[in-house]
Each structure stands twice: as C-alpha cells, then as structure tokens.
Design a binder for this molecule. Sequence first.
Ligand SMILES: C[S@@+](CC[C@H](N)C(=O)[O-])C[C@H]1O[C@@H](n2cnc3c(N)ncnc32)[C@H](O)[C@@H]1O
Length: 203
Amino acid sequence: MTDTLSHWDKVYQSKDHTQVSWHQDHATLSFDWTLKYTQKNDTIIDVGAGVSILADNLLDEGYTDLSLLELSPTAIKATQERLKTHTNEVSFYNENILNFQSDTQFDLWHDRAVFHFLTNKKDQKTYISKLNQYLKPQGYFLLATFAPTGPKQCSELDIVQYDKDKITQLLGKGFRLIKTTSETHPHPNGSTQDFNYFLFQKD
Ligand SMILES: C[S@@+](CC[C@H](N)C(=O)[O-])C[C@H]1O[C@@H](n2cnc3c(N)ncnc32)[C@H](O)[C@@H]1O
C-alpha cells in the first residue's frame, strides 16, 4: 500500500489541484443527493476525499458532522488548510480506507472515484466489510464510479467500471439500490469522462 500512497501523494504534489482529471467546481450530484437523503446534523464520511469541494458545499449548507478520509498527506493538508475555520464540524483521517477503524458509525458514506481503483477481490471485500461495519442500519452509500462507456484507467491506474447490476451484485443482499444516474464529467483538458452514480440504502 506504500506504493499506492506514494503514487497519490506525488499526483497532489506535482499537479495544480484544479487540473486533476476528477476536479469539480461544484460536486453537484453528490451534493444534491446528500441534501435529499440526510439531515444537517447527520454523520457523513467522504472516503478518498482528495481536495474535493463537496465538504465546502455541505458546510455552506449548514452540515455539522463531516469526516474526510484521504490517503495522500499532501491532499489532506491542503483540505485542512482550506477548512481551517471549520475544525468543530470536520474530522480528518489521513489513512487507507482498507485499514480504517473508527468509533463512529455514519449516516452517509460518500465515495466518488475511489472504490473503482480496487481491482482485486480481496481489497473489494475488505472495503465492503468496512462499509458494512461503519455505515448505520438504514444508512446510505453514495458511490460514483466510471461507467462501462467511460475510461478504463484514471491517473494511470487501472479501474473497474460499474453498471447497476455489477455493483448491486458485488455489494450483496444487505444493500438496496435507491437510484442511479449517469454523468458526463468534463475533464479539465477538454475531453469528457462517463461516470455512474449509485445510491444504496443499507438494510
Ligand atoms: C480520483 S480521486 C477522487 C477524489 C475525490 N473523491 C473527488 O471526487 O474529487 C481518488 C482519491 O482517492 C484517494 N485514494 C485512493 N486510494 C485510496 C485508499 N485506498 N484509501 C483512501 N484514499 C484513497 C486518492 O488519494 C485520491 O485523492
């Protein structure tokens, strides 16, 4: 996992954070779905948050209990600096989701373009067991991955593309698909990337 950490940290050290392929000026779909399915004092975790603007969007809306988990120290430091006036509302975890341990259970677990990097069954299983452990009963799993019509790699790493059947089967019986939609994400270089968004509710 050290290799994964170095890979991602190098990306954030070497690139303008607004020029990474996954950059969003506003995390519109994640934001809209979070607003619709949660209360402002719910516990929300953004897994592999990077330098995403989602937390800023939610804080502006009055959310009070956000957790941001991210592997890259450079990315998490940049986000901590950006959100330094919100230390009461945001907890930071600089770690690998596959090793995550917490006393908190979450009402909503958000993952945009992180789970799809887990290309082997063992890591996928570990992630899903963490999700099961730390998501409350009736909690929501909001996941965005590359779609089957999207890229096969991101940041020079292989990814797994998902449609609703594939992800529903992988998550297993304890999760019910509430809704799904596709999004064409504009890459800062002018091209586009097809994403699928999925909202699941845990039993
Ligand atoms: C494509 S970026 C997406 C960032 C953010 N979710 C967004 O939408 O802007 C993937 C992020 O996941 C982080 N990451 C990759 N593998 C991870 C892991 N196993 N645990 C925690 N973070 C991870 C990377 O450092 C990177 O910030």
